[in-house]
Unconditional design. Structure first.
Length: 127
């Protein structure tokens, strides 16, 4: 059985998808871009601020699902400029500790609303 996860502490879905879906002990977190949850606008500042907002959004959804970022087993990172990849590592170190999740980083031509970064994740809450 699956159930949807929603929270007002993360941006509302901007399309036909859920913030996350839990199926058994696995939670699939939809892609987050650096939208501020209240304004639904891209955060201002450099790419570090945008990356941090994405992690804050993922954290809020993870917590709404009953977990934390420590439960993330897979993280996908999408960047419009792969030169920002070292900055993802820098900011990620403030949100995660070992053992780190498995991860992929993909360069993309464009992201919704002109964002420079998007991330989605898979969380394991099976115990």
């Amino acid at each position: 059985m699956k159930r949807t996860i929603t929270t007002d502490k993360a941006p509302k879905a901007i399309g036909t998808y859920s913030q996350a879906v839990r199926a058994g002990g696995t939670v699939y977190l939809s892609g987050q871009i650096p939208l501020a949850p209240v304004s639904m606008e891209l955060v201002q500042g450099d790419i570090r601020a945008q990356i941090a907002q994405v992690f804050d959004n993922l954290k809020a959804v993870a917590e709404a699902a009953g977990g934390t970022l420590a439960h993330v087993v897979k993280l996908n990172v999408y960047l419009t400029d792969l030169a920002h990849f070292p900055l993802v590592n820098e900011v990620m170190a403030r949100y995660f500790s070992e053992p780190y999740p498995a991860r992929a980083a993909v360069g993309v031509a464009a992201l919704p609303k002109g964002a420079q970064v998007e991330m989605d994740a898979v969380m394991d809450l099976s115990g």
